[in-house]
Design a protein around this ligand. Structure first.
Ligand code: NAI
Length: 326
């Protein structure tokens, strides 16, 4: 049996921890002994407004269960806010061991209609916040030769989801960012991974904007969806993998992981064997590429979802194959 995974003496920052996934991460980190900075600006699901109560409520919940936490109510979408989040940890406990970058919201629209008010704040809260909080957190981790970073990506970015060009761009960039942090951080005991979570949280309300009819093929998947009927799309189902990835036990870095309805899987961006042009310094022609395009395109046996809906189909197939669901 695995010994209980603990976070005693560890200082963890969870951004956007006033609701949904972040709240669950913060509560469970505290239950397992971590000192937690609960950051949340307290705005709406589309990133409007601010309120201190979201973060403060979760801090109270943690204290009620005997844990240790402090609130930070600044926006991670600004350089100053990001610095303040990390400073809160340093002021309270003098170190940072764990960063879960999780804050975010949606502003969905068709690609051709996206305005700057829908693009810039989304890039700021998902991508730039990862720098604003990540850089000072990295410096603090580097000073102690230990750190665990987890960035929140999305299946929307990796597999595709209509009407989320802004969001998918910000989330997709997490992968490049995390890969480079993993490489640079390896000399200092800093690991970095990306999680693609799935949950029905208040973000789900932002998905339904009238003009976004659910495609016919997706409806059938949704109605047959085993996970929703079984309650496996609650935020809590993402916590075990997220927290494992930021634990001392975890030695994995430079990774991308999916947590979807109780199926936990590594996701990879892969390349096939490909076709190698004949020896020599003469480049192949377009016609050579055309001739060998099947070989170039071959990937062997990979599940490669092309949309978020297709990932659900693959999850359902895996569940059936493994006898988890009929
Ligand atoms: P949520 O809306 O329940 O929680 C997000 C929290 O982030 C909110 O409490 C909000 O106040 C906070 N926040 C927003 N902007 C902030 C800012 N500038 N500074 C500080 N806090 C801010 O949403 P949920 O579902 O828990 O989402 C958590 C993360 O997971 C987000 O990054 C989201 O994009 C991502 N995600 C969620 C999925 C899902 O299925 N729910 C799927 C894929 C990714």
């Amino acid at each position: 049996a695995v010994a209980q995974i603990r976070f005693d003496d560890r200082v963890a920052i969870v951004t956007g921890a006033g609701n949904g996934l972040g709240r669950e991460y913060a509560l469970e980190l505290a239950r397992r002994g971590a000192k937690v900075v609960v950051n949340d600006l307290g705005g709406s699901g589309s990133g409007v407004g601010a309120s201190a109560t979201a973060a403060e409520r979760v801090v109270e919940e943690i204290r009620d269960l005997g844990g240790t936490a402090v609130a930070n109510t600044d926006s991670v979408a600004t350089r100053a806010g990001g610095a303040s989040v990390v400073q809160t940890a340093l002021d309270a406990w003098g170190r940072v061991d764990v960063l879960i970058s999780n804050a975010g919201f949606l502003r969905n629209s068709r690609f051709e209609d996206l305005t700057d008010e829908q693009i810039d704040p989304i890039i700021d809260v998902h991508l730039k916040a990862a720098f604003y909080v990540g850089q000072p957190a990295y410096r603090a981790m580097r000073a102690n030769g230990y750190g665990r970073m987890l960035f929140t990506g999305s299946a929307s970015a990796m597999f595709g989801h209509a009407w989320q060009a802004n969001y998918a761009s910000g989330k997709g960039a997490m992968v490049g960012l995390s890969n480079v942090i993993a490489l640079e951080g390896s000399a200092y005991g800093i690991q970095s991974n990306v999680l693609l979570p799935t949950a029905v949280s208040r973000l789900a309300d932002e998905m339904d904007q009238g003009f976004m009819e659910i495609p016919e093929f997706a409806k059938s998947i949704q109605t047959a969806d085993f996970s929703a009927s079984d309650g496996r799309v609650v935020p809590e189902f993402n916590t075990p993998l997220a927290l494992y990835l930021v634990s001392e036990n975890c030695q994995a870095t430079h990774g991308l992981y999916s947590s979807n309805s109780g199926r936990y899987a590594r996701v990879r961006i892969c390349a096939g064997e490909g076709w190698v042009a004949p020896k020599g310094s003469v480049p192949p022609t377009l016609e050579d590429i055309s001739t060998h395009f099947d070989k170039i395109s071959e990937l062997g046996e990979f599940s490669q979802p092309m949309t978020v809906y297709e990932e659900f189909t693959a999850v359902a197939a895996a569940a059936r194959k493994q006898g988890v669901y009929p």
